[in-house]
Design a protein around this ligand. Structure first.
Ligand code: HEM
Length: 417
């Protein structure tokens, strides 16, 4: 991440923060973003300008402000043809019609119909399966390890658990998972050329269209069949809406939870005194999970919202038609919300509200599922492998080049001493 001066309308220089497509230093990037104020001018990979929301209080307010919308038609630079079709983040900014990109009544309609399928009961009903998958994966860890008990915990545990859970919830055949993994890896990478991203989106669409056809022929006790059956005042989701909703749920529903599990394990192994508090029962696993979400938010930046009119945020004006990203990674360590030790991982801190699941109309509908997965996975892992340790110093863990996701390449651990 670098910065260069930008001259504002009032003639003063502000720092334009260039978001690093290679994600080489999230903590430093987050600190720079916060220091630039609640609304920071940024350059996204590919040279596209936007504003980043970086402070908790202002972001919380703006996330319920109807002048900030998801509809790309409000992006002036887009309308003027200034965003090249080759922009590498095009798939994240314009992922097609779904609840991610709709606003107002259209968005509420999709949320309401989806909520009928993704009910608290359906999530709770997944608990025994989450437990069973967790234990199966833990059973396989020793075999996946090398002679010294070293294994990449991401590949062998943190990745397959959320992917299996969301796949099973949606009724997606497990044979499709390896291909989905390849496609999503390409989709999230800031380095994938735009034309490849578009062909990935096309292939994903055709996979989920096949899933839909399977469920129409043979409905099951799964979320896709429930989405097909969902109705509100005689209104149903169209086939295209079901396909897009399934795509959004699986996209948003796996990488984030993988990150939560990876980050929690890495943070606890790097802070053994805090792990000891969990083991003794002095602090709850729920507290450790919330602290991980705050301190190391799985979704670093969410693309992209647009101002339908000028919005003044403490003297900085987001102009009508300008783009806005929500920098949840930076927001989680805002001292004004979390105190002077906000940059410190501390599972004993008094509970304070974080925004890792968003806020307002687009708040994450999958939060209960991901919390449940982490709550099953983490204690089971540390119980099964009490001597678990990082196989490399925590400072050597590297992020993948995915600007929206806080995603490690790998999490090398040693299962035993
Ligand atoms: C939206 C984070 C897990 C499905 C969001 C948003 C955030 C978020 C920050 C709001 C984005 C915005 O500002 O517009 C997370 C985190 C997770 C997680 C940190 C795990 C630790 C899940 C899971 C699912 C899911 C498991 C699916 C079962 C969605 C969907 C949306 C969303 C569909 C879009 C909602 C809308 O636009 O109305 N998530 N999420 N997420 N999440 Fe999650």
């Amino acid at each position: 991440m670098t910065s260069c001066p930008v001259t504002g309308a009032d003639g003063t220089d502000t720092e334009l923060i260039v978001i690093d497509p290679l994600v080489r230093g999230l903590a430093v990037e987050g600190a720079r973003l916060r220091a630039a104020g609640p609304v920071a001018p940024v350059e996204l990979p590919g040279g596209v300008r936007a504003w980043a929301l970086t402070h908790h209080a202002e972001t919380r307010k703006l996330l319920t402000d109807s002048r900030l919308v998801k509809d790309i038609a409000h992006w002036a630079a887009w309308q003027r043809g200034e965003i090249p079709k080759t922009w590498p983040l095009i798939g994240l900014a314009d992922p097609g019609p779904s609840m991610l990109t709709f606003d107002g009544p259209e968005h509420r309609r999709l949320r309401t119909l989806t909520a009928q399928a993704l009910t608290p009961r359906r999530v709770e009903a997944m608990r025994p399966r989450i437990e069973a998958i967790t234990h199966e994966l833990l059973d396989g860890l020793e075999a996946a390890a090398d002679g010294e008990g070293r294994v990449d915990l991401k590949t062998a545990f943190a990745y397959p658990l959320p992917m299996a859970v969301i796949g099973e919830l949606l009724g997606i055949d497990t044979v499709r998972i390896p291909r989905l993994r390849t496609l999503f890896d390409g989709f999230f990478s800031s380095l994938t050329p735009a034309e490849e991203v578009l062909s990935i989106l096309e292939e994903l669409g055709s996979i989920f269209a096949s899933v839909l056809e399977e469920k129409k022929r043979e409905p099951g006790d799964d979320l896709t069949s429930a989405l097909l059956a969902a109705a509100e005042d005689g209104d149903h989701l169209t086939d295209e809406e079901v396909i897009n909703t399934v795509q959004v749920l699986i996209t948003a529903g796996h990488e984030t939870t993988i990150s939560l599990i990876d980050s929690a394990v890495a943070a606890l192994l790097a802070h053994p005194e805090q792990l000891a508090l969990l083991r003794s029962g002095a602090v709850s696993w729920e507290a450790a999970i919330e602290e991980t979400l705050r301190w190391d938010a799985p979704t670093t930046h969410v693309l992209i919202r647009f101002a339908t009119e000028d919005i003044d945020v403490g003297g900085t004006v987001i102009g009508k038609g300008e783009a806005v990203i929500v920098s949840y990674g930076a927001i989680g360590r805002d001292e004004a919300q979390h105190g002077p030790t906000a940059a410190v991982f501390d599972i004993t801190r008094p509970p304070s509200r974080h925004l890792a699941f968003g806020h307002g109309p687009h708040v994450c509908p999958g939060a209960p599922l991901s919390r449940l997965e982490a709550l099953v996975a983490l204690p089971a892992l540390f119980e099964r492998f009490p001597d678990l340790d990082l196989a490399v110093p925590a400072t050597e863990l590297r992020n993948k080049p995915a600007v929206t996701q806080n995603e490690l390449y790998e999490l090398p651990v040693r299962l035993r001493k």
